[in-house]
Write a protein that binds this ligand. Structure first.
Ligand SMILES: NC(=O)c1ccc[n+]([C@@H]2O[C@H](COP(=O)([O-])OP(=O)(O)OC[C@H]3O[C@@H](n4cnc5c(N)ncnc54)[C@H](O)[C@@H]3O)[C@@H](O)[C@H]2O)c1
Length: 343
């Protein structure tokens, strides 16, 4: 029997250099795309199943994660696809980035994939956009911070810093700490041209956190290593992007903001460990999507910790944006007859 005729849009590839160019030329739009994806989530227009983790018994540090997602009525059309992202920390020893990925978009009517995009750039951009969006909401919508710290100064920290800079934040002193001091130095030297009062390197996380109004965690620590409540006496904002740096005790004495509570209570993140210890999750009172819709952000009476699990809907929102830019700029690499049955 003949298969029903379907109208397809072909299959396009978008290269990483093109994506990176388009991201850094349009940082405000990328942040806006991420904001809109979070708002869609809060309004119940998303399907974002739990991420699937492929792990290797013989390589305990390595994993590949699948993040399928769907957003209904996103800028007038539905958006469906998946990010497939590898994390191999040993790559750094080979001078290769830890993370690599593709993002696929699927046609809303036929389900056919129509775009394959380099995904590590998309993933880093959506993570940075989410962090900077949270920073703005948690900082009373002021784009200014006297002292901004980074613990773990790899690809994600660099993207977050670059997004702060490109979206017009005023930053006084930059603080950096990394288990590999050469990484912290390289990061600080590369970033310091943008800040007004230079940089300071720290050989431990405690002195950095004490010195900073806002601290980004983007390490690859597999389990919490920081448990000093006195370092949080000044009630800082902590953007806990790597999710497993802070002890459950610090989580329990702070205001907690996540992207999605069910997602975040997984994978032995610090909030998940706090849930396992206490048998409850009511210590998380805020989500970023909720804050974006209601405007109701935590006060400064306690430290504020933002722990985003990372949602596939953000990858789709940014992926679709860069796909449309590549199409407008005639940068799509089209693969004719990709689907043999429709050739
Ligand atoms: N929540 C999210 O949505 C999200 C998204 C993307 C990445 N991430 C996480 O962000 C983290 C950073 O990613 P990346 O691509 O920048 O990795 P990377 O490998 O490029 O950089 C990590 C850096 O952290 C340093 N480091 C490792 N352990 C440390 C410790 N205990 N103390 C201080 N420094 C330490 C390393 O030396 C390295 O410089 C990863 O854990 C990744 O899973 C989270």
């Amino acid at each position: 029997m003949d298969s029903p005729a379907v109208s397809l849009h072909g299959f396009d590839v978008v290269r990483g250099d093109q994506i990176r160019h388009s991201i850094f030329a349009n940082v405000d739009d990328i942040i806006e795309s991420v904001r809109n994806a979070y708002i869609a989530h809060e309004q119940g227009r998303t399907v974002n199943p739990p991420s699937a983790f492929l792990k290797f018994p013989q390589q305990p540090r390595d994993r590949i994660i699948a993040l399928p997602a769907h957003i209904r009525n996103f800028n007038g059309a539905s958006l469906t696809g998946i990010k497939w992202i590898s994390s191999f920390p040993g790559n750094l020893e080979r001078n290769v980035p830890r993370a690599s990925a593709v993002v696929l978009l699927n046609h809303p009517e036929t389900g056919y994939p129509y775009a394959c995009m380099e995904g590590a750039s998309i993933s880093a951009a959506r993570t940075a956009a989410s962090a900077v969006l949270a920073a703005l909401e948690l900082n009373g919508r002021k784009k200014a911070v006297d002292s901004l710290g980074f613990i773990g100064t790899g690809v994600i920290s660099q993207h977050i810093f670059d997004f702060f800079a490109a979206s017009g934040w005023n930053i006084g002193t930059l603080h950096a700490h990394d288990a590999a001091p050469t990484h912290a130095l390289r990061f600080a030297q590369r970033s310091s041209a943008y800040v007004s009062d230079g940089y300071q390197l720290h050989d431990n996380p405690g002195t950095l956190i004490r010195s900073c109004d806002m601290t980004v965690f983007a390490t690859t620590a597999p389990a919490p290593y920081f448990d000093d409540p006195s370092a949080l006496d000044h009630n800082p904002i902590l953007l806990h992007i790597s999710l497993r740096d802070l002890s459950p005790q610090l989580i329990l004495r702070s205001h907690n903001v996540v992207d999605d509570i069910d997602h975040c209570m997984n994978g032995n993140t610090s909030p998940h460990l706090a849930e396992q210890i206490t048998g409850r999750r009511d210590f998380v009172r805020y989500t970023l999507p909720g804050i974006l819709v209601s405007g109701d952000a935590p006060d400064k009476s306690k430290p504020i910790i933002f722990s985003p699990f990372g949602m596939g809907i953000l990858d789709l929102a940014v992926g679709k944006y860069v796909y449309e830019k590549a199409r407008a700029d005639d940068k799509l690499i089209s693969i004719p007859n990709f689907f043999a049955d429709n050739a």
